[in-house]
Ligand binder design. Structure first.
Ligand code: SF4
Length: 374
């Protein structure tokens, strides 16, 4: 089974912290959709005989596409790929870009999972993050979603901003739990130097983030999601049992995926390829059917590193028998030798032949994984 990701790189404006490939302009949407449609056909053999079980519209802001755009893309995918009868179809939406009428139309098309970029329900946090929407929009989108009755809904929240007190973070979580939605993605804010936020902090216009705040917020998050019956199945992802993101699980379970659109990445088990991160060039090069992506064949070291990095982020952990079977004895030996100190300091735990990060270890996941790389 495999997944298809479609990147929609348009936004109404650029959020201050955003480091994704997205443009604050909608002028080329139609040309881009035409190029995407061409790429859908060009790449139809990429997944070989794999059946597709998930389709994910990510961005950017996919809710800026018209219903007709999304319908045409889905129709073309169905014509060109082997897709299960009821795939998980996710669409990322932002609060001020969609209403009930559009939600209902998208539901009619088969979209069954909405991923909403709320980030916070407080105006001062949203202002710090440079989001377009305000708390009123955030509450309105929740009402519209409840009314439209989607099968699966996930919210994105961000913590770690200096404007976010523990009381306000608890209030954000209260609002989330009161919705009855079954999935939450919660991210610690990171500040990249080239973003608007990074530059404003550098100039002294805005207060910097603090690691201590982020840790306090993370601990509250872990405790409260657990109390409310959510599984912490990936570092930033929490779900009621049975409601994990099937699409993102494909990335974390080392399954194949096809990425369509500018900057999208694909993986076929042996190589990775990534499309050009330039809108005009993507449209032009896809039009020529050539030169719109780069490709890298993965070595055994690359595959091992990737497995360690992704599996350690998950609740199913890193399995030593799989390492020995898929990559060889020397990789298993390297892994066991290097994790010893993390088992001793409690940042990693062992159950049978599987190794996991403890809740505390999850705070240092990237550093621990990098230390285990070859
Ligand atoms: S909506 Fe998302 S992709 Fe668009 S600018 Fe904001 S953070 Fe970036």
């Amino acid at each position: 089974m495999a997944g298809i990701y479609i990147h929609i790189p348009f936004c109404k404006s650029k959020c201050a912290y955003c480091n994704f490939f997205s443009l604050a302009s909608e002028s080329k949407i139609n040309d881009y959709v035409e190029a995407l449609k061409k790429e859908i056909v060009l790449r139809k053999n990429y997944l070989g005989n794999e059946t597709v079980r998930t389709i994910y519209f990510g961005g950017g802001t996919p809710s800026l596409l018209s219903v007709k755009n999304i319908e045409e893309i889905l129709e073309l995918l169905n014509k060109n790929y082997e897709i299960i009868s009821s795939p998980e179809i996710t669409l990322e939406i932002n609060p001020d870009t969609i209403d009930r009428v559009k939600m209902s139309a998208l539901k009619q098309l088969g979209t069954n999972r909405m991923s909403v970029g709320i980030q916070s329900f407080h105006d001062d946090d949203l202002k710090y993050l440079g989001r377009r929407h305000d708390s009123r929009h955030a509450m309105q989108v929740l009402e519209d979603l409840k009314h439209t009755n989607f099968e699966k809904i996930t919210l994105d929240l961000i913590y770690g901003m200096p404007t976010l007190t523990e009381e306000k973070w608890n209030k954000n979580l209260d609002i989330f739990f009161s919705t009855g939605f079954t999935h939450l993605s919660a991210y610690a804010l990171t500040v990249e130097p080239k973003t608007i936020l990074g530059q404003r902090i550098e100039k002294g216009d805005l207060q910097n983030i603090s690691e201590d705040d982020a840790i306090r917020h993370y601990n509250i998050l872990v405790e409260r999601t657990k109390e409310n019956g959510f599984e912490h199945y990936e570092i930033s992802n929490f779900a009621i049992p049975g409601f994990r993101s099937q699409h993102n699980s494909i990335y974390w379970m080392d399954e194949k995926y096809l990425g369509l659109g500018a900057s999208a990445h694909s993986y076929d088990g042996n190589s990775r390829q990534w499309n050009i991160s330039n809108l005009t060039k993507y449209i032009q090069l896809v039009g020529n059917s050539d030169g719109y992506f780069e490709k890298e064949i993965l070595s055994t070291d690359d595959k091992f590193n990737e497995y360690v990095m992704t599996s350690l982020r998950t609740s199913w952990g890193c399995n030593i028998e799989k390492i020995e079977h898929d990559y060889g004895k020397s990789y298993a030996h390297h892994f066991l030798k290097n994790i010893k100190k993390y088992l001793d300091n409690g940042e990693m735990l062992k159950e049978n032949n599987t190794y996991f990060l403890s809740e505390e270890g999850k705070l240092f996941a990237d550093g621990i994984a990098a230390d285990l790389f070859l």
